[in-house]
Design a binder for this molecule. Structure first.
Ligand SMILES: Cc1cc2nc3c(=O)[nH]c(=O)nc-3n(C[C@H](O)[C@H](O)[C@H](O)COP(=O)(O)O)c2cc1C
Length: 164
């Protein structure tokens, strides 16, 4: 993979996050786990390039993201849609998702990612905070999305980006 300067990235983040989806990937005690995510954002905070992701406390991946200083965001090609659906419906608590997907783990820059990714963001956690359901103004959304298991928000600096 070759390094990408984010300033030269010319994809649409609404498509990449909302349609392609992300694999939030992290390591804990030598094991890698990942989950599909389609809520998030890319932007600038504290003068840095950041990604924001939202992870419900029930997710096994949350333990992995919480365990270390870094995690990665892997964006996969359309041919991996089956694996993305799998990673968004099965928990690493019950099975070895990396093995089931047949992905190859690459280690570097203090985190892990998958060689099969078409784009990788190496992310360093800067800020995390459980979200407050009472602060969501839209009652319908609150009732539909946040009866319980309310997301924690993570803002992470994008330290490096790689593309195929
Ligand atoms: C398209 C899609 C998007 C998802 N987005 C999120 C998300 O942004 N945040 C979240 O907490 N869960 C999200 N999920 C659910 C997790 O991916 C799912 O619960 C997964 O099985 C968790 O795996 P884990 O227990 O191994 O972490 C999404 C699932 C799908 C299919």
């Amino acid at each position: 993979m070759k390094e990408l300067k984010l300033e030269e990235w010319n994809e649409n983040p609404f498509k990449v996050i909302g349609k392609d989806w992300m694999l939030i990937t992290a390591e804990k005690d030598g094991r890698t786990n990942m989950m599909t995510a389609s809520w998030g954002g890319l932007g600038i905070m504290w003068g840095k390039n950041v990604v924001t992701v939202y992870i419900r406390p029930s997710r096994f991946t949350k333990e992995f993201v919480d365990a270390g200083e870094k995690f990665s965001i892997c964006i996969m090609d359309e041919k991996y849609r089956k694996q993305l659906n799998y990673c968004g419906s099965k928990s690493g608590r019950d099975e070895d998702k990396v093995k089931a997907c047949g992905f190859s783990v690459e280690k570097g820059d203090g985190t892990v990612w998958f060689k099969e990714s078409r784009l990788v963001l190496v992310c360093k956690k800067l800020y995390s905070q459980p979200m407050d359901a009472a602060a969501l103004n839209d009652e319908k959304l609150r009732n539909a999305m946040w009866k319980d298991d309310v997301h924690e928000m993570y803002i992470a600096e994008i330290e490096k980006a790689f593309v195929q």
